[in-house]
Each structure stands twice: as structure tokens, then as C-alpha cells.
Design a protein around this ligand. Sequence first.
Ligand code: UD1
Length: 417
Amino acid sequence: MDKLAIQGGIALSGEVTISGAKNAALPILCAALLSAEPLKFSNLPHLNDISTLLRLLGQMGVGVTLEGSDGLVLDGGGLNNPLAPYDLVKTMRASILVLGPLLARCGEARVSLPGGCAIGARPVDQHIKGLQAMGAEITVEQGYIHAKANRLQGARICTDMVTVTGTENLMMAACLAEGETVIENAAREPEVVDLANCLVSMGARISGAGTDVIRIQGVERLHGAEHAIMPDRIETGTYLCAAAATGGEVRLLRTSAAYLDSVVDKLMDAGCDIRLERDAINLKAPPRLKSVSLRTAPYPAFPTDMQAQFMAINCVAEGVATIRETIFENRFMHASELQRLGADIQIEGNNAVVRGVARLEGATVMATDLRASASLVIAGLAAQGETIIDRIYHLDRGYERIEEKLARLGAQVRRVH
Ligand code: UD1
């Protein structure tokens, strides 16, 4: 298993290019299941989660052709096997995103239940409830969701909580349903809007994406289209935090702060000087950061996917920060690993109190999930001495060539096989 060895204590400095968004690419690639015509994508990130999804789509009969460094053509003309087996689904919960499109296009789907995962139970009941409201017959047997419907019918759906992939699954299914579907309490995340834009360019009739009520008028079929994946706002935020924690100065290219207001605001509260351009972000950190308290919540509030990285920067900031996690019930696993580096963190339920310390010391730590891993990288970069991060396969799921990008910013990072 690969490890990352970081020599900390070096201020990051320089330019780095941000990749396409993982959480936009995953649902958008699933949209290829909705059409018999080819879809052409650009700005696709090179990530293990994307490779897993392409393997899954390939097994279903979708043609997969890589084009250039970040392009891809998916051809759903050959779709013949609406099955998502356990061995692929278990490694990536987002595989559930094939359920809605398969059911809408093929009239049936068999998708393995994603099961538990490190950051909480994460059920898919809202996906199932929404599809049932659209007329699907759904049974769960032997760990598989079996869904059937002659043609889905438009419906009014109000999800019990804001769910990102739930909204995306139902929006995709509704594109080919008969009549109008209204999704209330919809997720407003920018990735939902990117998916809606792709679907609209395929001929879907969608309004309200980006608000909490999305209306979809079903159509008979969707056609081919071209779509560029939006920049990854979480990768962007992670590099901003890495620069902030090390007292660095960086310029991030091919990205935008348009969807990062809550994160940029917090970094400014921490004392960073941030200058925004249309597709670049410049950050200059102060010699010592100030603590910033936060509470995670659905977009446009502070993203849960940035919580761990902000815990890392608070570890070395001046003052005391309170972090409240409201989306997932078990998303503080990074805290005990950060403590191994000398951090002062107290956890009580979904609240963490972080008292900044003057310095962290390098140690061996273990990555437990994707964003937790990112927080350990940030802390390792800020710590004195060497930090070894074990189990970095989590990082490879969501950060493209992380050691190469960090090295470009002057970090001393190497992958140990
Ligand atoms: C997506 C993101 C993930 C992010 C999360 C919250 C992708 C591929 N992943 O995950 O990076 O951390 O949004 O912003 O886009 N829930 C239910 N029943 C359901 C669905 C969700 O109880 O049917 C609960 C979940 O357990 C969780 C909350 O709702 O507590 C939000 O989850 P959700 O928005 O669905 O997360 P994902 O879409 O899986």
C-alpha cells in the first residue's frame, strides 16, 4: 500500500492548476446512460473514483474512449446490462448514481446497495422513495436494489433531508419520465447545476437547478452533447488551506471562487489575503493564522467536504475554534490522527474544540477517508520534521497527482511504494 512521506515546515509558494470536479464528473458521466448517442466530455480529472465508474459503465455496455489528456467520449448506444455489481459499488458509494438513469432508459436496474462507509451510515432511502413516487417497483434482496418501471411518471417529490446524489439521481431519472417532476428540498450544490447544464445540452427540460425546487419536464429521448466539467471547488479549497497552514503564497489556476464564498470568507477571517480573478485565485497567508469556528451545512453554507482541512489549519492557528459537523454523524476520525502530530482537539458528539498550538511535530498517521487524508497532508506540511501518511489510496480517489502538484508548490513530498 502506498504511503506519502512529507518533510514539513516549508511555506508553499507558486502556481498550480486545479482539475475538474470529481463530484460533478461522477453524476455527469452517469448521464451518458440516458442517451443512445455519444457524449463528449472535457476537463475530466484523473482519479480512481472516475476509473471505477468507467469500469462500471463499460461493463454495462457503454463505449468508453479516452481523448487527449482530459477528454472522454461515452457512447450509451450499446447499453445492454443494467447491473451494478457489489465488487465495484462497494469501493464507491457514488455508484448509486447509475440507478436513476438505468431505470429511466432500460425500464429496470439491479444496483448493489452501497452499504456502510467510514463517515457514517449514509442510507439511500431518499433515492428509493423518490423513484417509487415516480412509479418504480423497488425491492431490496440479497444486498441488491431491484427496480422496475415501464415508463417512469412525473411526480412531486420532497426529500426528507437535502441529499446531493439523491437530487442528482432523481433529476436524471425525471428527464425521461412522462410529464413533470418537481423535486422539493433539492440540493443546491454547484455540482447539481453542472449536471443540469449537461442534461439541458442533451435536450432535457430542467428549470430551477441551483435552487431548492427543481422542475423537470420529461422528454422521449436525450441526444448527444459536449460538456466541460466544472473546476473542483474542494480541491481548490484544499490547496488554499495547505498554503494558509504553511504561511505560503500561491496562485491557483483554472478555478474560480464563484462557488467557494463560505471557504474564502473563513480564510480571510483567518487572516489570509485573497485576490480573486475570473479563473484564478491568489492567496497570501499571514505568519500565523487566527482560529476560525465553523458549522457545516448544505450549500451555500460551509461544505462538510472542507471540514477536515479547516480542522488542520485550526490546529496551528492562534486561538480556539469550535467546529460543528451537521451533515455526517461520524466525520471526525482525522482528529485522533491530528493529535498524533501534537494537535489539541476535544471531540464531543458532533462538536470539536480545537486549541491552536505553536507547532506540530511530524509522526506516522493513517488516512481514514478522502477528506480526512487531505487534512493529514495539510497538517504534515505545516508540521516540523517528517510525517508519513499511510493508506493514501483514499487520497487517490479524489486528488489528482497530489504529490506532483504539491511538489510544484515547493513541498517536499514523495510517494513510498
Ligand atoms: C455528496 C458528495 C460528498 C459530500 C456530501 C455532502 C458526491 C459524489 N458526494 O455525497 O462528497 O460529502 O454530498 O455534501 O457528490 N441521506 C440519507 N438518505 C439518503 C441520502 C442521504 O439519510 O437517501 C443522508 C446522509 O446519510 C447524510 C446526508 O443525508 O447524512 C447528506 O448526504 P448526501 O447529500 O446524500 O451525500 P452524498 O450525496 O452521498
